[in-house]
Design a protein around this ligand. Structure first.
Ligand code: 7TS
Length: 426
């Protein structure tokens, strides 16, 4: 590689520099340009992190460098830029592998997000291993993206979707798990952290019980990986899905981790360039994973940007950030509990980051609108989890979801804005 190419590859690989000292939310905030702005004349308080997180400058810079200086397609080119793009793309796969502590790079498939990852499993694993009368087991607190792909598969195959219920604290009825694991269960697919209730599910013990019976487990980690260290080998799961955009990376990029023995046995589901070994007009043979599942030109910049987000997290020290976030979460829970007429939906003992609530006499959308007047971004709605709404017999909630760049001052601003909502409506 020429010195210029080397320098470019270095910039794209965003090498790990020294950790920047003890975790300081006020300092990390400065890494996120979007946070430094006023909304409706007030400093922005961004508490919609379960929908998507903001991006640190490092991620933005890497995207710019890629498109300005290194843009090329991957894998098929011998030319200079294509080699840099390919190295950076595969380098990002290696960063994801380390991030999840997967055993091999080939177990990391780039997708467009959690939704895409789950659909991939439904359409490949599902197509091969699920038949008439078989069962897929999910929970009553899934995001729609971990319900609908299975319903579509079940409809096609004549299979059944079974559901682990939840209690009124928003915890899984784990006592119901074992009877639901039958000889017809082909897959258990469970959310690691609920995007509505914040519940942290006991996934290691679910995996253990399923795998004792030889049943594979998929974990939806969309709301988990941004908040604590996940080790797929320690969890023992077979599949793990997450989205780059909730992990401080770009939109349009996601990951499916799959245990290699399973991935090797799964057929492709999208045909095209990049996923073949050999094509003739009579017959095609397929590449090994991960290429088998990555037909077409991938989201190269997105992958490299996700790699940069992972580097950033390693730099700030995700464990220290997690400890800070859990303290902030306790502070926020206390503060919101003190507001009259406010009821938190989801009171599991083990919870992470997400606080959903309803307020007497104020529709969740009105809550969202009123706090927005104070520059506070929260989300209102069913959060793509209508079965959860149905369980609690409510149409919607307002949801505040923290990230490590939020502060106690952000929570105080939210609380003041909620008092205002109470004054306006009650
Ligand atoms: N699973 C969970 C637990 C999620 O929270 C989400 C997105 C998804 C899957 C789907 O992720 P995607 O990146 O493929 O869309 N959750 C939310 C949310 O709570 N508000 O907006 C998106």
């Amino acid at each position: 590689m020429s010195p210029a190419a080397h320098a470019l590859a270095e910039r794209l690989s965003c090498p790990l520099v020294e950790r920047t000292g003890p975790f300081d939310p006020h300092r990390v905030r400065r890494d996120f340009p979007v946070l430094d702005q006023s909304v409706r004349g007030k400093p922005l308080v961004y508490l919609d992190n379960a929908a998507t997180t903001q991006k640190p400058r490092d991620v933005l810079d890497v995207l710019e460098v890629f498109y300005e200086a290194a843009n090329a397609n991957v894998h098929r080119g011998v030319h200079h830029l294509s080699q840099i793009a390919t190295d950076s793309y595969e380098g990002a796969r290696n960063k994801v592998r380390q991030f999840l502590n997967a055993a091999h790079d080939r177990e990391i498939i780039f997708t467009s997000g959690t939704t895409d990852s789950i659909n991939l499993v439904a359409q490949t694993f599902g197509r091969r291993y699920v038949g008439a009368g078989d069962e897929i087991l999910v929970t009553a607190m899934e995001h729609h993206s971990n319900i609908v792909p299975w319903q579509m598969l079940c409809e096609e195959k004549g299979a059944k979707l079974r559901v682990i219920p939840i209690n009124d604290d928003g915890e899984l009825r784990i006592d119901r798990l074992e009877p639901l694991l039958t000889e017809r269960t082909r897959l258990v697919s469970v959310v690691h952290v609920s995007n509505v209730l914040g519940t942290l599910n006991p996934v290691a013990s679910i995996v253990e019980k399923a795998r004792e019976r030889g049943i594979p487990v998929l974990l939806d980690g969309a709301q988990a990986v941004p908040h604590f260290k996940v080790d797929v080998q320690a969890l023992g799961c077979d599949f793990y899905a997450f989205s780059g955009h909730k992990l401080y990376g770009p939109t349009g990029i996601g990951v499916l981790y799959g245990r290699s023995e399973l991935l090797d046995s799964m057929p492709p589901y999208r045909g095209g360039g990049g996923m073949i070994r050999e094509v003739s007009l009579e017959k095609t043979t397929y590449a090994d994973p991960p290429a088998r599942f990555e037909a077409g030109t991938p989201h190269i910049a997105g992958c490299i940007g996700l790699g940069a987000a992972i580097d950033y997290l390693n730099r700030i020290d995700l464990e220290a950030a997690a400890a800070y976030e859990s303290d902030l979460f306790a502070y926020a829970t206390d503060a919101l509990s003190g507001i009259s007429g406010l009821r938190i939906i989801g009171t599991a003992i083990e919870r992470v980051s997400v606080i959903s609530f309803v307020m007497d006499g104020v529709h969740p959308h009105d809550v969202g609108t009123i706090v927005d007047q104070q520059g506070v971004a929260v989300r209102a709605g069913h959060h793509c989890a209508q079965p959860v709404m149905r369980h609690f017999n409510i149409p919607a909630t307002t949801r505040a979801a923290t990230a490590f760049y939020n502060t106690r001052e952000d929570i105080d601003t939210l609380v003041r804005a909620l008092h205002t909502a109470n004054e306006v409506f009650n």
